[in-house]
Write a protein that binds this ligand. Structure first.
Ligand SMILES: C[S@@+](CC[C@H](N)C(=O)[O-])C[C@H]1O[C@@H](n2cnc3c(N)ncnc32)[C@H](O)[C@@H]1O
Length: 252
C-alpha cells in the first residue's frame, strides 16, 4: 500500500532545531499536519509547506483531550489510507509526553502502512542544557504530574525528579488548560511525603524563540501551588542527598 506516515519533531526553538532528516520528510510530504505550541512556529512551518493543516482545531474548550487526540489520529489516518505521503509535525520530540504521534504510528502500522518517527529536541533536552543537569549523575525520573497523584508510586528521592504538565497538576477532567491552586496543592501534599517543605523546585520554560531566554525560577516546594505555572512549565526537583552506597553482597 502506498500511504506512508512520518511523525517528526521540530524541536523547541522556532527554526533552530529542525534536523536535516526531519526537513527531508517535510519536503517530501504530500500532506502536512502540525500540532505545535506556538502560532509563530505553525506560521514558519507553513512557509516550508504552504498546504499545512493545523491539528489545533480539534481542541475545544470543555472537550476532553483524549477525544481531541482521537480526532487528530483519525484525520491523519484518513490521508494515509488515501495513499498519501503524510507528515505530522509536533513541537519538541514527537515521542516524548505526546500521545498522538505514538497512536497514529501504531494505527498506521496496524492498517499495514509504513510509519516512522523522527526524533526532535525535546523540552528535556533543553532542560539538561539550560540547568546543567546530567541525568546520568544521580539518575533522573520523569513523570506526568497528575500521574503521581493517580498511581501509587515510590519516588527515588536520591535522583532528579522532572514533573511534566505541572500547570495541569491535579486536573482529572482533561478538559481545561490549567488547574486550580487547590488541585496543585494535591501535588504539593504528595511531594511533601518525600521532600521537606523548603526543598527547591525549579520552574523551567525553554526559550522558543532564538531571541528569547529560558525561564528558570526556583521556589520552595511549599510555594509550588501558588507559583505562576503555564502549559509550558516543567518542574525539576534536585536529589534529596546522596544515595546510600550498596554494601558488599547487596545486589542493589
Ligand atoms: C504534551 S507535553 C509535550 C512535550 C514535547 N513533546 C517535548 O518533546 O518536549 C507538554 C509538556 O511539555 C513541557 N513543555 C512544553 N513546552 C515547554 C517549554 N517551552 N519549556 C519547558 N517545558 C515545556 C511541559 O511540561 C508541558 O506541560
Amino acid at each position: 500500500m502506498s500511504g506512508h506516515l512520518a511523525c517528526i519533531g521540530v524541536g523547541m526553538m522556532l527554526g533552530a532545531h529542525l534536523t536535516p532528516r526531519a526537513r527531508g520528510h517535510l519536503e517530501a510530504a504530500e500532506v502536512l499536519f502540525a500540532l505545535v505550541s506556538d502560532p509563530l512556529v505553525e506560521h514558519w512551518l507553513a512557509t516550508l509547506h504552504p498546504g499545512l493543516r493545523s491539528l489545533q482545531g480539534h481542541y475545544a474548550e470543555g472537550r476532553p483531550r483524549p477525544q481531541s487526540y482521537r480526532a487528530m489520529v483519525d484525520s491523519i489516518l484518513a490521508e494515509v489510507r488515501a495513499g498519501r505521503r503524510v507528515v505530522a509535525a509536533f513541537y519538541g520530540h514527537p515521542g516524548v509526553f505526546a500521545r498522538v504521534p505514538h497512536a497514529a504510528i501504531a494505527a498506521a502500522r496496524e492498517a499495514g502502512f509504513e510509519a516512522v518517527m523522527e526524533p526532535g529536541i525535546s523540552a528535556a533536552d533543553c532542560l539538561y542544557a539550560d540547568l546543567g543537569l546530567d541525568p546520568g549523575q544521580h539518575g533522573c525520573a520523569h513523570y506526568e504530574a497528575t500521574q503521581l497523584l493517580i498511581e501509587a508510586r515510590r519516588l527515588d528521592v536520591h535522583a532528579w525528579l522532572v514533573l511534566w504538565q505541572v500547570g495541569l497538576a491535579g486536573d482529572r477532567s482533561h478538559a481545561v488548560r490549567e488547574s486550580t491552586p487547590a488541585q496543585r496543592q494535591e501535588l504539593v501534599d504528595r511531594l511533601l511525603r518525600d521532600y521537606p517543605a523548603q526543598h527547591p523546585v525549579t520552574l523551567y520554560e525553554a526559550a522558543t524563540l532564538p531571541v528569547g531566554r529560558p525561564r528558570i525560577d526556583t521556589v520552595p516546594l511549599a510555594a509550588l501551588a501558588t507559583a505562576p505555572l503555564s502549559m509550558a512549565t516543567t518542574a525539576v526537583l534536585p536529589p534529596r542527598g546522596r544515595a546510600p552506597q550498596a554494601g558488599v553482597g547487596n545486589p542493589c
